[in-house]
Design a protein around this ligand. Structure first.
Ligand code: HEM
Length: 233
């Protein structure tokens, strides 16, 4: 593919949809991995502290994981900026009356509100990364000597302490609702944007996407609620 054709693909709205699909599906993989790592927070505190902190050390220092992290930051930015641009373009292209009339009939609630849900997620990601990612990389997270893993930053205590505040837990639970609805439509839509369509496999993939949306959002939401409830004891 020539350089000119490549730029044309990125600039065209079909090209934009393909990149939206690719970045969105990559972010689904990120979410599955992130959830698996975070589920360690459900272990008993004496085990979880060292295990979670050693895991965080590996995730922030391993060169291959670092590369994946950069890909994640890029995907979030690209997906958000391009998603908002495509939503704006769609709105411009459709006369208002037609838009209102056909919208509800043609698509579900999540599908019609992807841009709003995505914007809520972007706000959540900014709050979330300030609380944990920024503190881990640039803040003053206390360091201690673990017998098994050597020097570790205590991200576990930072995380569990954050969820002792009910309003912070509420922000997370509501945001996980947005994650669920965004994925409910987004997973299948990602494959569609890549031009992948099959009479048998596409409905199966869409069904899997809906299951994925429910499982991921519910399990993510359980974490802050669990940490809040255990902090009451
Ligand atoms: C209860 C739910 C969640 C908890 C407890 C949690 C916890 C954490 C923690 C402790 C970190 C810092 C780790 C590090 O810097 O390596 C982190 C990073 C991050 N989280 Fe979450 N997270 C949750 C849900 C989510 C969700 C739903 C998203 C996206 C919609 C998300 C996106 C991110 C991103 C993009 C990073 C930076 C990752 C990187 O640097 O590679 N998190 N999270």
């Amino acid at each position: 593919m020539s350089g000119k054709t490549k730029t044309g693909l990125i600039k065209s709205s079909i090209g934009k949809k393909v990149f939206m699909g690719l970045t969105g599906l990559f972010l689904c993989l990120f979410l599955a991995g992130h959830l698996a790592g975070n589920l360690q927070l459900l272990l008993p505190a004496e085990v979880a502290r060292d295990q979670f902190n050693a895991y965080a050390k590996f995730m922030t220092t391993n060169p291959a994981v670092k590369l994946l992290s950069y890909l994640t930051y890029f995907s979030i930015l690209f997906h958000a900026v391009d998603g908002l641009y495509l939503a704006w373009q769609n709105k411009q292209a459709r006369p208002q009356a037609y838009y209102k009339k056909d919208d509800a009939a043609n698509a579900g609630w999540a599908s019609r509100n992807m841009a709003v849900l995505g914007t809520l997620l972007l706000v959540f990601i900014v709050i979330h990364m300030k609380s944990f990612w920024y503190e881990m990389h640039f803040g003053n997270v206390p360091v201690y000597a673990s017998i098994e893993h050597g020097e570790l930053k205590d991200l576990y205590t930072l995380t569990t302490t954050a969820f002792t505040e009910w309003w912070y837990v509420l922000i997370y639970v509501l945001s996980m609702g947005a994650v669920g609805f965004h994925l409910w439509h987004g997973f299948g839509s990602g494959f569609k944007s890549l031009g992948i369509s099959h009479p048998v496999y596409t409905p199966l993939l869409n069904g899997f996407g809906k299951g994925f949306a429910v499982v991921v959002s519910v399990l993510f939401a359980i974490l802050p609620v669990y940490l809040f409830l255990t902090s009451l004891n």
